[in-house]
Ligand binder design. Sequence first.
Ligand code: COA
Ligand code: MG
Length: 294
Amino acid sequence: MVARPRRSALYLPGSNPKALAKARELPADAIIFDLEDSVAPDAKPDARERIVAALKEGGFGGRELLIRVNGVHTPWGEADLEAAAAAGPDGVLLPKVDSPGTVMHAARLLRAAPENTRLWAMMETPNAMLNAAAIASIAADPASRLEALVLGLNDLAKETRARLTPGRAAFTPWLATCVAAARAHGCDVIDGVYNDIRDLDGFRAECLQGLEFGFDGKTLIHPSQIDICNETFAPTAAEIAQAKAVIAAFDLPENQAKGVLQIDGRMVELLHQQMAKRTLAIADAIAALHDTKA
Ligand code: COA
Ligand code: MG
């Protein structure tokens, strides 16, 4: 699969025209137009129309564009999916996924959508934690369109009564479970939001924690969070230099048949060469995304 930067995915309420307009200038890798939690029931039909109009108008550069629909069993879910199928965004973010069946149900309602419209599944219920591997495993079925898991920790805190504290101690088993489920089945996996938009130090620490757990990026709620998130989830200059050194070392004629080498006092195996290739691919993809926006 081609490496796609998904460092930062910014939610914005579909009912907020100012935010919709502003999104065109914001350097998030992905924009999630929300119809679910951030939009009041009476505002949902209007928000749906606004989002479809914004997608039609375009001007978002190479960023990935997603619509977060309401759950299939809510009064709005089917109409949201129908509108999404017609609008053909890069992805549809499906809330409250409990099992593979939730994903397949939505995928069936997206039958008319273009082939490149993918599904991202929100992992935000106790059942999603218990069924994470089964949910991710249906990515193997092309009809599922499934490509990424997205953590929804506010809902998970509500449903489990676990407390969201600095360091997220109660949530760490679930973070790791979702990363393992995603990786076992070739999905990307994106961390949950940080609610305190004024605490940028706390936000940075949580970005770093997500990176260390293996997430590809983080979902965001405010423009002020984008730069820190992009910086944290991008390969650093030192990582890029190290990746180039690893690839160059294995490319030397005398090392072609070797599985393990020493570089500057560290053991480097062929698996590190594969990791290095991914680091460079992501760095190139980030640079290309910026180019298309220029
Ligand atoms: N996307 C795009 N623009 C946003 C934005 C977002 N998520 N959040 C704020 N902005 C814009 C505001 O419209 C405002 O624009 P302006 O300067 O043109 O007036 C500017 O950024 C500054 O906003 P600010 O005054 O700091 O925040 P606010 O009080 O207007 O909004 C929130 C605060 C939390 C209500 C808002 O950030 C928000 O709605 N976030 C997304 C919530 C969401 O989608 N939740 C669902 C997933 S958990
Ligand atoms: Mg939610």
